[in-house]
Write a protein that binds this ligand. Structure first.
Ligand SMILES: [Zn+2]
Length: 82
């Protein structure tokens, strides 16, 4: 059991080092709600916001993307469900 935990821990560390946030890689700090093509990447097939585990975003950008998606949904750029 301990060995398995260690393996998981090491794997998580590996991911965090080798997987970088999409926006940090491109030095984007402002996410506009009108950029629907970018926002669509972070939606699941049923038009829900993907969790951080799947998007691989940092907390800062995950919060920004969630806000932008909600704003876009309220203005009718993105669907609430599919
Ligand atoms: Zn980031």
């Amino acid at each position: 059991m301990k060995r398995l935990m260690l393996k998981i821990f090491l794997f998580k560390e590996y991911l965090s080092k080798h997987m970088q946030c999409y926006f940090c890689q491109r030095n984007i700090n402002e996410i506009n709600f009108k950029e629907i093509e970018i926002l669509k990447r972070f939606l699941s097939p049923s038009a829900k916001i993907r969790p951080r585990k799947k998007t691989g975003l940092c907390s800062f950008h995950q919060r920004k993307i969630a806000k932008a998606i909600k704003r876009a949904q309220n203005l009718g750029f993105l669907p609430f469900t599919r």
